[in-house]
Design a protein around this ligand. Structure first.
Ligand code: COA
Length: 306
């Protein structure tokens, strides 16, 4: 069926925190963080609502659509502003939308899960969906825990998905969840994130490679046909391991974590924005979008930019 990416936008807090700044209060160093993760700095501040609003507004402007053109607002977030109402409702109100709005929480796979939900909504008669990924993870970070504090960050990204009978950008989707890994990366109510980094790393590589291979098969293409891989931005070593196993050179991988850190649901649209800014998004090209996160959850999709 005809699903088309129509416009994209991002939203970032004002404050940049460098690795050197973290080293002032944590037993860590720029050298360790850069070498082990690829992260050099991250943005901290705002809220899921405020960052989602900026990203959503920018995506709507990019697509040239007005509030009344949007039929549904989906927010992927792991760090909603409130238990209730859904942060998507607050964002929709700020953007002047009166359409249905709801949150989707699939941790760092959230943006891709929301795109999948949007695809279903377009199949059932909606014309245009605003899909946002926005996170205020810094609120849920223990800033004395170097295992987590060097990784997580704040940010927002958004896309408009539109029904268009003449094109189809989304060629395949493979999603999954394995709740046996629930305690590997977790955050309780009023708590902070904890993580078994090594095990998350190991499982992440496996599920991303498996789901990506399946998504390529379903799309009827091979890794050689891909112009780009736009992966979730958690750790450059995970991206390298995945690219290596899929036979994709790192020159085809989009890297945004060096400047943004791990922004969970916002990371794939932020990486898309980097690719576009670098002139790497070209009409007719195939790209693999792939995410993984707490749950564990995963989601891989082959797209062809129209
Ligand atoms: N600064 C300095 N040293 C650190 C550190 C930090 N921020 N964090 C851990 N260390 C130390 C450890 O204490 C350990 O010291 P030791 O050898 O004296 O015991 C050493 O560095 C190696 O720790 P290890 O956990 O083996 O490092 P690693 O290479 O596995 O890297 C992660 C740690 C967290 C970066 C890595 O495991 C990772 O990225 N995992 C995936 C996490 C992820 O992607 N989460 C999000 C999923 S959406």
């Amino acid at each position: 069926m005809g699903v088309r990416f129509k416009g994209w936008g991002i939203g970032l807090p004002d404050r940049i925190v460098t690795n050197d700044e973290l080293s002032l209060t944590l037993d860590t160093s720029d050298e360790w963080i850069s070498e082990r993760t690829g992260i050099r700095q991250r943005y901290v501040g705002g809220t899921a609502r405020s960052l989602g609003v900026i990203a959503g507004r920018n995506a709507m402007a990019d697509a040239g659509v007005e509030p009344e053109d949007i039929d549904f607002c989906l927010l992927a977030t792991t760090s909603p502003d409130r238990m209730a109402p859904a942060t998507a409702v607050l964002i929709a109100n700020d953007l002047g939308l009166t359409c249905p709005a709801m949150d989707v929480n699939a941790a760092c796979s959230g943006f891709m899960y929301a795109v999948r939900v949007a695809q279903g909504l377009l199949e059932t008669g909606n014309k245009r969906i605003l899909v946002i990924g926005a996170e205020h993870l810094s609120k849920w970070v223990d800033w004395t825990d170097r295992n987590i504090a060097v990784l997580l960050a704040d940010g927002g990204g958004a896309a408009i998905l539109e029904y268009d009978p003449d094109v189809n950008d989304v060629l395949s989707f493979v999603l999954g969840a394995d709740g046996s890994g629930a305690d590997l990366l977790t955050c309780e109510h009023e708590g902070t994130f904890t993580m078994d980094g090594r095990e998350v790393f190991r499982r992440a590589v496996r599920v991303v490679v498996d789901s990506s291979q399946r998504a390529l098969e379903l799309a009827g293409i091979t890794a050689d046909d891909l112009a780009l891989i736009i992966p979730h931005q958690a750790n450059i070593r995970i991206i390298q391991a995945v690219a290596d196993r899929l036979g994709i050179g790192m020159d085809r991988a989009v890297i945004a974590l060096d400047r943004y850190g791990n922004t969970s649901s916002a990371s794939i649209p932020l990486a898309f924005d980097v690719a576009r800014t670098e002139g790497r998004i070209k009409t007719g090209d195939y790209a693999l979008l792939t995410g993984f996160g707490a749950g564990m959850t995963w989601a891989s999709s082959v797209v062809k930019w129209s």
